[in-house]
Write a protein that binds this ligand. Structure first.
Ligand code: IMP
Ligand code: MG
Length: 173
């Protein structure tokens, strides 16, 4: 893909098991909370579609854009949050992310939600890179830990490519 080599890393079936287990937890925890799922675009769109369709209670879904990634390295500048029309005041917010790497993006987004008056802000991520994590916020829902490699597929891209792939692939260079 582009100039890099990738190898199969996590099959879709395993991703679905992780999604299922997060959904089961959410169905217990959030049954009476009418949560507002806020999907962090672009990467989380596939995960969010699979996850939210498994939620069996009242909820709302919205989308924000807040991209900080260029190529395979974080830029460490978090851009502004755009596209949120819903009032988060007093709501249970569930931020839905594809992957938490340094955590800078999510840390910033959590702060913005709290400043906007959210009653509680929960974080759901399919993938987590513990070796890259630099923050200390709580992750309520986590699919799986992965090593500090660059991955693509299932919504995640490498310079725009690979989001459509059902499985996840790891860079081999
Ligand atoms: P963070 O701010 O470093 O936690 O980066 C979070 C964002 O970077 C995620 O929402 C992803 O969109 C993107 N990202 C992090 N790691 C990867 C990766 O391995 N492949 C593709 N995108 C990634
Ligand atoms: Mg993302």
């Amino acid at each position: 893909m582009n100039d890099k080599e990738f190898a199969l890393f996590i099959e879709n079936e395993k991703l679905q098991q992780a999604v299922e287990s997060i959904a089961n937890q959410m169905n217990e925890d959030l049954a009476d909370k009418n949560p507002l799922f806020i999907v962090v675009l672009n990467g989380a769109f596939i995960f969010a579609a699979d996850l939210i369709r498994r939620f069996q209670h009242d909820c709302e879904t919205s989308f924000v854009k807040l991209s900080s990634y260029q190529g395979t390295k974080t830029t460490h500048t978090v851009r502004e949050l755009i596209g949120l029309d819903e009032d988060v005041n007093g709501r249970t917010i569930v931020l839905v992310e594809d992957i938490i790497d340094t955590g800078i993006t999510m840390d910033n987004t959590i702060r913005q939600m709290k400043n906007m008056g959210a009653a509680e802000v929960k974080v759901a991520t399919l993938l987590f890179k513990p070796q890259a994590f630099q923050k200390d916020f709580e992750i309520s829902y986590k699919g799986m830990d992965i090593p500090n490699d660059f991955i693509v597929g299932y919504g995640l891209d490498y310079d725009g490519q690979g989001r459509h792939l059902p499985h996840i692939y790891k860079i081999t260079e």
